[in-house]
Ligand binder design. Structure first.
Ligand SMILES: C[S@@+](CC[C@H](N)C(=O)[O-])C[C@H]1O[C@@H](n2cnc3c(N)ncnc32)[C@H](O)[C@@H]1O
Length: 254
């Protein structure tokens, strides 16, 4: 029998459960050793704090805690000036959160989601396909295992490309600007794009205005950048640099 929960899409959580299940028990172990030395008590406190921080973050990202994750994904959709005709690509689709919202927003579009689905994340192609079925967009969505570092598509294959919080994760490309360039390669001339990532982390992307100039130097005609980390709905708790405190969207037309 299907439960109500099994009828709901599962878009996963950007806080991996290992950040909670590893420090939590370690905190308890160190607490048990605290009678031996105060250092164990300090370690217990540290791991307890880490566990509580990620537990609260997990909650705030989840539907029960205000769905901050879905709202951040929605910021990409707000930036799109697309007529919805043709093929769209979501790079690093996770469990299909953005892919499926695109398919629902643009009923004439066909949307492809690609992801590496590595073991660092609790996402899978199977869950994407189940979510597509629950969203009623099965015939117009395709999910494929592929790497963002070498997309298995010819130049200019898509009318729109989007991506959310993926480029900085691509481990086999040292310079993440090359991942951005690869994403733009598969957009047709005149096609649209909107990518959200840690674009305000200068160690990864350099200064935002320099990044915009670089992208224009690749022959991209319209490029805009917007800071999204300042959005009022994002709680202070999540505004740390390694969470979503340095995010922005690069968008425009090729
Ligand atoms: C923070 S999650 C975001 C997932 C999804 N975009 C979302 O908004 O829910 C980062 C995603 O990047 C994917 N990823 C990491 N390296 C990748 C690669 N080389 N190629 C494709 N996807 C990759 C991960 O599997 C994960 O799904």
């Amino acid at each position: 029998m299907q439960t109500t929960a099994s009828l709901k899409p599962n878009y996963g959580n950007w806080v991996s459960k290992k950040f909670i299940v590893v420090p939590g028990p370690l905190c308890l172990v160190f607490l048990g050793l605290a009678f031996l030395s105060p250092y164990w008590a300090i370690l217990a406190g540290l791991f307890g704090l880490i566990c509580v921080y990620f537990l609260l973050s997990y909650y705030r990202f989840s539907p029960a805690g205000g769905d901050v994750q879905a709202k951040i994904v929605g910021l990409i959709l707000e930036r799109l000036e697309w007529d919805g005709m043709g093929q769209a690509l979501d790079i690093g689709c996770g469990n299909g959160a953005l892919t499926l919202r695109l398919a629902k927003k643009y009923p004439a579009a066909r949307v492809t989601g690609i992801d590496f689905w590595g073991k660092n994340w609790d996402y899978s192609q199977q869950v994407c396909e189940r979510n597509a079925s629950l969203a009623g967009v099965v015939g117009r969505t395709v999910f494929k295992k592929a790497s963002a570092s070498a997309l298995p598509f010819a130049d200019g294959s898509f009318d729109l490309a989007v991506s959310n919080l993926t480029f900085h994760e691509v481990s086999d490309t040292a310079d993440k600007r090359e991942v951005l360039r690869e994403a733009l390669r598969v957009v047709r001339p005149g096609g649209k794009f909107a990518f959200q990532d840690l674009f305000l982390v200068e160690a990864i992307y350099g200064k935002p205005d320099e990044l915009v100039s670089l992208v224009k130097s690749w022959g991209i005609c319209e490029v805009e950048f917007v800071r999204t980390c300042d959005e009022a709905f994002i709680p202070a708790l999540l505004k740390l640099p390694f969470m979503v405190g340095r995010i922005g969207i690069l968008y425009g037309e090729k």
